[in-house]
Design a binder for this molecule. Structure first.
Ligand SMILES: *[C@@H]1O[C@H](CO)[C@@H](O)[C@H](O)[C@H]1NC(C)=O
Ligand SMILES: *[C@@H]1O[C@H](CO)[C@@H](O)[C@H](O)[C@H]1NC(C)=O
Ligand SMILES: *[C@@H]1O[C@H](CO)[C@@H](O)[C@H](O)[C@H]1NC(C)=O
Length: 503
């Protein structure tokens, strides 16, 4: 089709409360996820088949479920499940690896996730095998032998630990599963009575190990994103990050990972690396698994997590948010998973819906984009997906509803707009959007979230080599049979084009 572009129509004059500005991009989004670590993957695998399928759909389906796009697996260090259950004697001896093809149900779980299109698999070690640590035990506080200040009679195990982690990735490769992210620590600032390994406040042990792990991955011909350090909370991880950056670790690392138990992600870290909340949950004893959206703001309520997500992606520039676990059966004493059961049916927590308002709509590879304008008590977060659709999540933490008037600079196909609401009364249900000439308006209920999506293109649009879509009557198409306005979806501007006589 031969066209000539005559004019570029500028921004509309009408004032809107909030303008979405796709040309100003912030962080890239990797996605949202959860784990089935510590026996939960094998329980999922053993669940009755109807329930299992329902839970998988609820977690991974991008149309009807939460559309989670990241899974986080545990690299087991226990003698029963480790790939290197016994010490070869000394650090320089040849290791004996074993692989059961199951990995505590995580091979099955990863395969299921992949079948729904999940392509980000984060494998994280809570500890090195016990014989590589100063404590001699994977479940007691100790450091990796051979790191600064930590000598062991059996030698320096840094290289052996790197080899072990790389071998774990290779075993998954043999199963047809690509681990994309690898971590070697979990909560190194905490001493529980299960798998754990410490680092000092200045992250020195991590700084000693990271270049060795990096080189070992390179030498194995693997491509992997390396992470550090899955600290208990954002403040500690921020401090670790400062030491890592000062020591030149950014060139080896790909993602900074943090949990939120001792501090939420409320500010940007001082690094050029992307940052994730790689584990999150309710460990406060504030109550068990509930379906409550909002009651009094406890950590087991959905609205609490709606606020954490909104602040994390806007104030801390997060690229990913990973809840602790996805599916557990009859474990309602805990709120640290998203889907439980009621009889033989799945039961969804309020927190599940808080995630779904983000994870179903903001897809991997999206960028957060700029907005201007504010609404009382509402956090506005806007994103553009790789298919050019624009998603706006409005999180109203206040006690009265707010009406948002949204426009996308310069113009957008407003008639493509759809919106979903979650509050006390509705869970991810379609809500009304009024379409004006230059903006749309939508009401965000008190203590509620509305997700607005402007779809780019569609079945009735062609996409040609010049990157212009030819609409068939949508917002940008009203100048008659020969001269018509059409959208440039790359730049969100309305173009006037001349079409051939024959249409
Ligand atoms: C590293 O992570 C990015 C973002 O998720 C992904 O696009 C890339 O494929 C990953 N790299 C490897 C080598 O897996
Ligand atoms: C939501 O419901 C709870 C009771 O479950 C109530 O206390 C709260 O005021 C309600 N909030 C709104 C905004 O309606
Ligand atoms: C959960 O426990 C109840 C009571 O013991 C039982 O009836 C139900 O079948 C269990 N649910 C599942 C999915 O196993």
């Amino acid at each position: 089709m031969k066209t000539s572009l005559l004019s570029l129509l500028g921004a509309n004059a009408a004032l809107a409360s909030i303008v979405i500005i796709p040309s100003t991009k912030y962080q890239e989004i990797t996605g949202f996820g959860f784990s089935q670590a510590f026996t939960r993957a094998s329980q999922f695998q053993a669940a009755e088949s109807t329930l299992q399928k329902q839970a998988l759909d609820l977690l991974f389906d991008t149309e009807t479920g939460a559309g989670f796009s990241i899974i986080r697996n545990w690299i087991p260090s226990t003698t029963e499940h480790s790939i290197e259950p016994a010490s070869p004697g000394s650090a320089n001896s040849t290791p004996v690896y074993t692989w059961d093809g199951d990995d505590y149900g995580q091979v099955w779980f990863s395969t299921q996730a992949a079948s729904y299109g999940v392509s980000t698999i984060y494998a994280d070690a809570w500890s090195a095998p016990g014989f590589m640590k100063t404590s001699g035990n994977e479940a007691t506080a100790g450091y990796l032998c051979g790191t600064t200040g930590h000598t062991c009679s059996t030698g320096d195990w840094k290289q052996a630990y790197a080899d072990y982690l790389v071998q774990y990735v290779k075993f998954y490769q043999e199963e047809g599963l690509k681990i994309t992210h690898l971590g070697f620590l979990n909560e190194p600032d905490f001493s529980p009575s299960y798998s754990q390994m410490q680092i000092s406040d200045n992250a020195q042990e991590a700084i000693d190990f990271i270049p060795i792990l990096y080189q070992t991955v390179q030498d194995a011909g693997l491509s992997l994103n390396l992470t550090c350090c899955d600290a208990m909370g954002w403040d500690t991880q921020s401090s670790y990050t400062d030491y890592l950056v000062k020591a030149g670790m950014e060139k080896y690392l790909d993602v900074i990972t943090s949990h939120m138990y001792t501090g939420d992600a409320t500010f940007e870290l001082d690094t050029s690396l992307p940052a994730w909340i790689s584990e999150a949950g309710d460990e406060t004893g504030d109550g068990g698994f509930v379906t409550t959206w909002y009651s009094s703001g406890l950590v087991n309520e959905g609205m609490t997590w709606a606020n954490k997500l909104a602040e994390g992606f806007t104030a801390a520039d997060l690229s990913a948010y990973i809840y602790w676990e996805g599916f557990e059966i009859n474990q309602t004493q805990s709120a640290s998973h998203l889907v439980d059961t009621s009889g033989d049916e799945p039961l969804l927590s309020g927190i599940y819906y808080a995630f779904t308002m983000w994870s179903r709509f903001i897809r991997p590879g999206a960028y957060r984009i700029a907005t201007s304008g504010t609404l009382t008590n509402v956090v506005t977060a806007a994103f553009q997906n790789t298919d050019d659709s624009v998603v706006v999540v409005l999180t109203n933490s206040g006690s009265s509803s707010q009406t948002a008037e949204l426009s996308v600079s310069d113009t957008v196909d407003l008639s493509s707009v759809q919106a979903w609401v979650t509050d006390n009364d509705s869970q991810v249900v379609k809500t009304t959007v009024s379409i004006g000439t230059s903006s749309v308006s939508v009401t965000v209920p008190a203590r509620g979230v509305v997700t607005v999506k402007f779809t780019a293109g569609g079945d009735d649009n062609e996409y040609n080599n010049n990157h212009y879509h030819y609409g068939n009557g949508r917002g940008c198409n009203s100048l008659g049979p020969v001269r018509r306005k059409t959208m440039d979806w790359r730049n969100y501007v309305c173009l006037t084009v001349y079409l051939p006589e024959v249409q």
